[in-house]
Design a protein. Structure first.
Length: 288
């Protein structure tokens, strides 16, 4: 495992905010999971998993942690069962499967890695389809060793999985999905339509996607819009004019600008909105 020091994290996140990782490593082989956990224990620092960084921002300064990313991204296709390593970029996966006549088009337009998609059960809104519909099992490394977890043990829900709540570090290495077969051209057309509708409704700039979860089935943007907060800016971070649940890095935004804007939204909306984005502080803990 190649451990680097003082690695800039902003370019590894889609919102492009944050300082440096004290230590950073890309993991290419399963045995590197064990090395990563041992390194963090030896240095007495947290180990933070990062995927595509499309739902995460880091505090400015030095993050006192080992930040690792599963970089392995092989795919093995066996009929309509597909085993995929978790560093796989999700949009690439959707496109590659389409060419093979396997339909994962409900995840069109969601950036990030397969690992991040599993942890957050990525997908459409509270009433739509999520990735767990296709998952059979996931292969995870923890301090206790390797475990092949059946879907039922993952406790998937709306933007939820067991992996968000475990005390021990879980490195999800790969997952096996079963996908519905379909005509490649039809899937490609669905992907094209999905991308068009996203382009019409979402900002295509430095953002980490939805900041808050839907509340009681009502999308968070409705509450934020009703509170008159579209376009509200604190420091360099703004509530997108196009989609009120997206915070955008408008002008050299900082972590503190984003935190302050979240607190403003919470204050104005007055409903118990849950933060979906991951805000990581310098000591490795999460802000919300
Ligand atoms: C423009 C835009 C549109 C979006 N639209 C949607 C949408 O429609 N639906 C939706 O669900 N999300 C959406 N998102 C949010 C985001 O893309 C998803 O949450 C995505 O699944 C996050 O994946 P990631 O790899 O970038 O995760 P990261 O932000 O890197 O990490 C997210 C979580 O996954 C964990 N993690 C990542 N990899 C692993 C691994 N191998 N093992 C263990 N833990 C891991 C991290 O520790 C963290 O807890 C959008 C984001 C953007 C920027």
């Amino acid at each position: 495992m190649d451990i680097q020091e003082n690695v800039s994290l902003a370019p590894k996140t889609t919102m492009q905010i944050g300082g440096n990782a004290l230590y950073y490593a890309d993991l290419y082989k399963p045995e590197e999971c064990e090395e990563a956990i041992a390194f963090a224990i030896e240095k007495e620092i947290p180990l933070i998993l990062l995927g595509g960084g499309s739902n995460t921002i880091f505090e400015d300064g030095t993050i006192q942690a080992l930040v690792v990313r599963v970089a392995a991204d092989k795919i093995e296709i066996n009929g309509n069962e597909v085993k995929i390593e978790c560093g796989k970029n999700l949009p690439d996966l959707v496109d590659e499967l389409a060419k093979k006549g396997l339909d994962l088009s409900v995840l069109t337009g969601i950036p990030g890695s397969l690992g991040g998609a599993i942890v957050g059960n990525a997908g459409q809104g509270p009433k739509g389809a999520w990735i767990d519909s296709y998952i059979n099992k996931v292969n995870v490394f923890t301090e206790d060793g390797w475990e092949e977890m059946k879907k039922s043990k993952c406790h998937f829900g709306y933007r939820e999985s067991v992996f968000k709540h475990t005390e021990k570090t879980n490195i999800i290495w790969s997952s096996t999905l079963t996908l519905p077969p379909a005509d490649p051209e039809t899937i490609k057309e669905t992907i094209k339509e999905g991308l068009h509708s996203r382009m019409a409704s979402q900002p295509f700039t430095m953002t980490a996607g939805s900041c808050f979860k839907a509340l009681n089935g009502v999308p968070a943007w409705k509450y934020i819009d009703a509170a008159g907060l579209k376009g509200r800016q604190e420091g360099g971070v703004q509530v997108s004019e196009k989609h009120a649940n997206f915070l955008i890095n408008k002008d050299n935004g900082t972590y503190r600008d984003a935190v302050s804007l979240v607190q403003t939204i919470e204050g104005f909306v007055g409903e118990p909105l849950d933060v979906e984005m991951r805000f990581i502080k310098k000591n490795g803990s999460t802000e919300f």
